[in-house]
Design a protein around this ligand. Structure first.
Ligand SMILES: [Zn+2]
Length: 85
């Protein structure tokens, strides 16, 4: 789990996700399933606590992982679409 502190961190994660090409799908808004390189699937939650944006992947990595980045890029795209309504 990590907390997004700034926009640069978000864009870094998104760029990383683009390079790695993981497969992500939405379960519901804020909950995503991302398949890893070994065919395993991880669940990533994107949510807010107060003013902090939390990204929580259930894989063993403790740093922003590619699953988090992939889910986050999808989440950002969906959030932008929702705001556009
Ligand atoms: Zn992960």
């Amino acid at each position: 789990m990590f907390i997004l502190r700034n926009a640069a961190q978000i864009s870094q994660a998104v760029e990383r996700a683009k390079q790695l090409h993981p497969h992500e799908r939405m379960v519901e808004f804020g909950e995503y399933e991302v398949s890893g390189s070994k065919g395993n699937t991880y669940t990533v939650l994107c949510y807010r606590v107060g003013d902090e944006k939390i990204v929580d992947c259930n894989c063993p990595a403790r740093v922003p992982c590619k699953h988090s980045a992939a889910a986050l890029s999808l989440h950002i795209a969906l959030a932008a679409r929702q705001r556009g309504h």
